[in-house]
Design a protein. Structure first.
Length: 364
């Protein structure tokens, strides 16, 4: 699987949402692999920003563009004639989706529709592999103990989850109605869970909140300490996206498909357990449990079944919860404690570390 990544060298890759957490890590990985990356993003949403810290703007073709502008998006795709497209652009915060639900639906559902419309207009005459990233929250969460499978019903209580489910319905429609006759165009959907890693400063996310509490010397406010989440390092999910993009190019059975890329059961722990483990690695962390006074829905249990990805793509997770946290906390501690360290080089070092782990496990 790792050896396949060399196929990205000298390939034109468009990433929507390249300034975000996942997008900036994907940009880092692909530039390290030698790809020619074209980034599309509306804004840099956090300060600090992994995109800025890693100086990714200097390494790619960077475009500030609103995914809701279908005309500009279409022109960019036609001009660049990409070999691969990774669609990550999204309003990705559940809490913010309650505050600005209209923007959330416009970005997540209609932004995806705009990309599909752009692909219709592009109508490529060479291979173009597209991975549309949605979310584990696309599923109607019934708090099942088993992991959700790709054919489980879609839904969503909060506006963010509903917007992602809407995006998937739009994708299904376009694949059957408009994008089913071009032999060069391969499109699939990827769903991942709670990804963590260095360089995330998003609001209302546990790891960034822990880091902010440590740096600001304030107590962390925990409102859902018993919620269970499958904590997954961002590189694991990105490996799934890239593996899918490469494989569906040469296997028609993989195209027009949906794949879960979730962590294994070893990585599913409660919020409180995760915070306790972080304290062991960075003992400046302290917290207090608060009651959730605002009746905002928060799922207590959400898991993915990724056996399909393992069977058809030979993809699986290699990092357990402690390894995931080690890499994550090492990144933040390096950033805050070693100002001379070039963080792009450090991030590439973590990518190489992960690639070596995958190679080592493949030989077993």
């Amino acid at each position: 699987m790792i050896h396949m990544l060399t196929k990205f060298k000298n390939k034109k890759v468009i990433i929507t949402g390249h300034t975000g957490f996942k997008g900036s890590w994907l940009s880092t990985w692909l530039t390290y692999l030698g790809a020619s990356v074209v980034g599309v993003s509306n804004e840099i949403v956090t300060t600090p920003s992994n995109f800025k810290i890693n100086k990714i703007r200097n390494k790619i073709n960077h475009n500030f563009m609103d995914i809701r502008d279908v005309n500009k998006l279409t022109k960019l795709i036609i001009k660049n004639k990409p070999d691969y497209i990774f669609h990550l652009a999204a309003q990705s915060l559940v809490k913010k989706s309650y505050i600005n639900s209209k923007f959330t639906f416009e970005t997540n559902a209609f932004g995806t529709l705009n990309l599909l419309e752009a692909l219709r207009a592009y109508n490529p005459k060479k291979k173009c592999s597209v991975v549309l990233v949605t979310s584990d929250k696309s599923y109607r969460n019934l708090e099942l103990k088993r992991g959700y499978r790709e054919n489980d019903i879609l839904g969503g209580y909060d506006p963010y989850s509903a917007s992602k489910a809407c995006a998937e319905l739009i994708i299904q429609c376009y694949l059957k109605s408009f994008l089913n006759n071009n032999k060069y165009l391969k499109i699939s959907v990827a769903r991942a869970g709670n990804v963590i890693g260095g360089g995330d400063w998003s609001k209302d996310r546990l790891i960034p909140d822990c880091v902010k509490s440590i740096i600001q010397k304030k107590k962390l406010a925990l409102r859902f300490p018993n919620s269970t989440r499958p904590w997954q390092h961002v590189l694991e999910a990105l490996m799934g996206y890239m593996t899918l993009a490469l494989n569906q190019n040469n296997n028609e059975k993989l195209s027009h498909n949906v794949f879960n890329f979730g962590p294994n059961n070893r990585s599913s722990i409660t919020v409180l357990d995760l915070v306790r483990r972080i304290k062991l690695k960075w003992n400046k962390l302290d917290w207090k449990i608060f009651k959730n006074k605002k009746k905002v829905y928060e799922s207590k249990l959400l898991k993915l079944n990724s056996s399909k990805a393992f069977k058809l793509l030979k993809w699986k997770c290699y990092l357990n919860a402690n390894q995931t946290l080690d890499m994550t906390i090492d990144w933040y501690k390096t950033y805050y404690n070693n100002k001379k360290q070039d963080m792009y080089t450090f991030s590439v070092g973590q990518i190489k570390q992960y690639e070596s782990l995958v190679k080592k496990n493949k030989k077993k």
